[in-house]
Ligand binder design. Sequence first.
Ligand SMILES: Nc1ncnc2c1ncn2[C@@H]1O[C@H](COP(=O)(O)OP(=O)(O)O)[C@@H](O)[C@H]1O
Ligand SMILES: [Mg+2]
Length: 859
Amino acid sequence: VHLIERDTALSQLGDALQEVRSGGSGRLVLVSGEAGSGKTSLTRAFTSSVPPDVLVRWGACDHLHTPRPLGPVLEVVGGFDLLALPRERVFSAVTEVLAGAAPCVAVVEDAHWADEATLDVLSYLGRRVLDLPVLLIVTYRADELAAGHPLRIMLGELATSRPLRLSVEPLSRAGVEELARPYGVDAGELHSRTRGNAFFVTECLATSADALPETVRDAVLARLGQLSPPARAALEAASVVPGPVEYWLLDTLSVESSALDTCIERGVLVGGDRVSFRHELARLAVLDTLLPGRRRALHTAITSALSRPPVGTVDHARLAHHAEEAGDVDTVLASGPLAARAAAAVGARREAAAHLERTLRHEERIAPEDRLQLLSDLSMLLQELGHHEDAIAAYERAVTQAEVLGDPRTVGKLLARMWSSVSMAGHLQRAESVVDRAVTLLEPLGPSRALALAYAQRCSQHMLARELTAARPWGERAVTMARELADHETTCYALAQSGIARWMNGDDGGLDGLRDGVELAREHGYPSLVVHGLSQIGSGGGEVRRYPEAVVALQECVEYAERFELGSRGMYSSAWLARCDVEQGRWRQAADRLDMLMRSSRNEGVTRITTLTALGRLRARRGDPGVWPLLDEALAMAERTGHLQRLWPVVAARCEAAWLDGRLADELPTLTAAHELAMRRDSPWARGELGFWLWRAGVLGPLEPGAALPFALHVAGEVRAAAAAWTQLGCPYEEADALADSTDPDDLRRAYDVFIGLGARPAAQRAVGAMRHAGVRVPRGPLDRTRSNPAGLTDREVEILPLIASGRTNAEIAARLQISVKTVGHHVSHVLAKLDVRTRAEAVTAAIALGIDVTSPRP
Ligand SMILES: Nc1ncnc2c1ncn2[C@@H]1O[C@H](COP(=O)(O)OP(=O)(O)O)[C@@H](O)[C@H]1O
Ligand SMILES: [Mg+2]
């Protein structure tokens, strides 16, 4: 078939394939458009035109209530049995299969229906596609991606892989005319009726009705009316099954093969090794005409056929769909848990949870022990998915069930696990009572994994509240018991929680414990506990300004999480790296990282608080606009957690920004409250920093004992000693800030120089004031040069402009600035957006017009 108005798209696809074949570097193509616009047709036209040595692999997502885990990926890899592999091997296995087939075109159709495991694989491939000799084509309905849709989130993250985006537009009036010509139909009316939707247009043309159908559905049904009753019956039977239907399945529905042939001949169905509707829209239109009784009877017949397939094993996801529609509760109950297990095994947690939820709707029919197991599994899945309120509700149902069964050990175990969600959801009081109850129930029953976990949670509860001294004995109990039981998993976790409490409390033995925990987790293969341990070292160490240890752990954590596809967990460490960069004066690096973090739609919860605070602080220090929206959001989020560790950095950042604006008093209420909290906790740095701001606000005299030394020295007027302490910690801004409070001209000059070196305009300005006051001659110039750039461009973006002007590619710019190509990509797209232009050449012209010097790349 000749496709109308797709020549450009086809040649772009051809070019992309050419790139893959010649360069060995892969390409991701995103084909989007509404249902029926022609995505599949375009992709098929392209794949059928590729040279014979190019292998084409095709997989489609299905439209079941809950899609089959890895469904399209399994089709793409052909006979390879991915399901036999452990989850973390799946990614590399898919990569190997595709690379082995090079050059290869892999198509994943209708990704808006993709299951979680498939999305994970797509995301993995998408990020590595440049290193794979594969043209990866993903089609989806753009109009079905609501704000939080998982595919939308993933596509946002793939923006840096430079995907080729093909938007399949409706046919134009001229296009519709061309199609309509042989039929003698009024093309104008056809075009306006169908708005150029290719499926709608072609469906209308296939009917011989006199009047044009009003809707897609009418068009489909008008065609149906032209078929014989047996053919219509065949269509109805097939319409009940989403996706391609096997012939044997149609046989069990008493579909006559001659009727099937008629449908295929008329182009309503498409034949092959299985039978499909010409389009999902047609299937749904037919399905819609079935009366409930007939529909249910068909589902019942399909359910029984799928329970005993003539070949292969039972597909429980598919079976569960039809059993649900048939109202066949026995089969729902039997297949739901199996479908859930199969989904969870490959990392499709969302689908696993959906299967369990559907099964548990018939709770009263499930034996109590089984019900408990299902509820317990469901709670853990929801917890892992980060749906904490739902997880809490599921845990509560499980607890009730365990209580009914008179099983205190299980109640205790569930409570110990539930604690994490209660705590993450910010219910601090409730978290305390949950973990207390767990310990109380489990202790009399003697040592157990559950009790070791409960001890570890008890330790965490204190540790998170920065009651570090109180945390210690619980942590020790947890570690000892878990070790005695040779429970490596709990040992790793307990070592991390107890180690961080000790280390932050000034005991370096805690750091050893943390490191032992990470090693143990590596040794026994618990990747998420490796990430957990490293991020504890990084964030805990960062909080007490043990930068050398912290930064190494954070970097390792980010890399490790990336390697093991634990991306969103590594993100917390990434936010902490940015915070350390801000505190240690690496502001360009911090800005790049914060930019990346702010774009990620997975940046939530404590990671977002950390990101917002670090960015707010950085902007305030640089005198950039946009400080307060960030710090307002961070404050609201931190207040909801109720934790000092979240609240204090935000409050301190707000004080700093307000002080630079000359209105510190505005922050006093928040500051006073946070300080009061800090005085009830074990955190010298919180006491020091918050006390310091109270002192600057003129409210507090010398700091109380237990405040971190550099702040105490500063407040005591020993600014040189304070500055020296900051130098030793590697915090230049704080160093200069201390010196700027000196009366000695040399100190003031040094403070000024450091501020200028950092690009800290507001503080430099204040230092100038102090210098004038002390009668020190003020150097001219540098301050002017740090004035803000035009069009809201950052320094880095201005720096990149001459490199763009000199015709360098992103890769060349990246090499020159020693930053990643991805980051350069961000900068360039920012430059384009801020200058409101579309091409690099236009950006250069616009920059020149703004008076930016684009001729000389800075050395
Ligand atoms: N460019 C085109 N020119 C002519 N007909 C088209 C074109 N694109 C699609 N069609 C027709 O529209 C139908 C639906 O297109 P399809 O590719 O299945 O849509 P999508 O995959 O976007 O939902 C096809 O079966 C084909 O008959
Ligand atoms: Mg399609």
